[in-house]
Ligand binder design. Structure first.
Ligand SMILES: *Cc1c(COP(=O)(O)O)cnc(C)c1O
Length: 395
């Protein structure tokens, strides 16, 4: 027996453990100080009432023989796939029902999709990045190359046609940088992928935060040519607070194929082999998100986060601090003032004003010197943290 040696190639991710550790140490030494956390990447508002009602209905269905559900379809119930189809239609994207797969979230699908691709692929991943893309590929022993996201390109790297890649990850609006590609920029990526015969794995987890819908894309499938070179991953985690309830969806167009290989059919084969679907009750709740009533309630929740993001972004504007995100994203990715390093700035904020964020260095080497603040806290916490930052950092 041999273990997978590629586990040795993965770097230990100390980021959130280290953040928690430093905060705990500080709080222990300074029990009277109130620490404000703007570091969390998790939602805080409860599920919308329409979702709760639908979840209850689902439970009731399970209590009666006539409406009880056992194993469901691997790809999700039609009622939810139709709801997702309608959501895309509103964004101007037509999808066939069998192009939509329901799952327990985007993270699992982003990792699991690699089952349908050969190990002999070169993977192009932006740096800094959501760690899942790198780790799932390293675990499988794939070669990873990086696209440099930095201040000069606004943390939105564009393809280098001289570089060959087979699998390309794009997350827009981005975690951790909050930066979002324009439709024009995404068209260049689609052209690049088409030319190389590559596939784009597009993470749309934050599409619901996009306000500038004319300029920015909510879906890669709003871009001409994407149906032959892209797979989209999305989730109800951020739009509807499903981080603990678990539901997402993946879109694989029938046009994504090469020779005898049809990505959509391979994914169905993969899912039917290794997966038995999302609980019926959860899918009932998820479908309520896409009703008019559910959407209106969810938009009210999103507006709270959007306002928090705006409050943080305005503070950075007043302080003259360079940043990305804020407007079309719950993240503000700022350049640490006075040339401070990410962890140096972390300690400075914690010690001086008890505000906690996330050091950019934890998301990749290009994150050094940058810092992530999130809009998922309460409005009161956000406003107090901003006041403290303004006092501390004003020149
Ligand atoms: C939160 C998040 C997701 C959603 O993951 P789930 O597994 O659906 O909760 C996907 N991608 C990124 C970049 C995220 O930050």
């Amino acid at each position: 027996m041999k273990y997978n040696e590629h586990f040795n190639d993965m770097t230990e991710n100390y980021l959130f453990a280290e953040v928690a550790d430093r905060v705990a140490k500080y709080s222990k030494a300074n029990p009277d100080k109130k620490v404000l956390k703007l570091g969390i990447g998790d939602v805080t508002l409860p599920l919308a009432p329409a979702v709760i009602e639908a979840l209850h209905d689902g439970v009731e269905d399970m209590s009666r023989a006539e409406t009880f559900k056992g194993y469901g379809p691997y790809e999700g119930y039609d009622f939810l796939r139709e709801a997702v189809q309608g959501y895309y239609r509103k964004a101007g994207v037509e999808l066939a029902l069998d192009e939509i797969f329901i799952s327990d979230g985007a993270k699992s699908d982003l990792g699991n999709i690699l089952d349908i691709f050969s190990k002999d692929n070169t993977v192009l991943i932006p740096d800094p990045v959501y760690p899942v893309y790198v780790d799932t590929n390293v675990m499988a022993g794939r070669k990873v190359i990086y696209a440099s996201a930095n201040e000069a390109n606004g943390f939105l790297p564009m393809p280098d046609f001289k570089v060959d890649a087979d699998i390309i990850y794009i997350c827009s609006p981005n975690n951790p940088t909050g930066a979002a590609y324009t439709k024009e920029q995404l068209k260049v990526w689609v052209d690049y992928a088409s030319k190389k015969g590559a596939v784009i794995l597009y993470d749309a987890a934050y599409e619901c935060f996009i306000k500038d819908q004319d300029v920015l894309a909510r879906s890669i499938f709003q871009i001409p040519g994407a149906r032959t070179c892209a797979i989209e991953f999305c989730s109800l985690s951020k739009i509807a607070g499903f981080t603990g309830t678990r539901c997402g969806y993946t879109v694989i167009p029938m046009d994504l194929k090469k020779g005898e290989f049809v990505a959509n059919r391979m994914w169905l084969r993969r899912q039917s082999t290794k997966y038995n679907g999302v609980p019926y009750i959860v899918q009932k709740g998820a479908a309520a998100v896409f009703t008019d009533e559910g959407m209106a309630q969810i938009k009210a929740n999103l507006a709270v986060y959007q306002k928090n993001a705006d409050i943080i972004a305005r503070c950075m504007d007043r302080l003259g601090i360079w940043y990305t995100g804020g407007k079309n994203s719950p993240y503000i990715w700022l350049k640490c003032p006075d040339g401070m390093g990410s962890w140096e700035f972390f300690d400075f904020l914690l010690n001086e004003i008890q505000v906690v964020g996330t050091p950019g260095a934890g998301f990749g080497k290009n994150g050094e010197g940058f810092f992530r603040l999130t809009a998922f806290g309460s409005p009161a916490t956000t406003e107090e943290a901003v006041e403290r930052m303004e006092k501390l950092l004003k020149k």
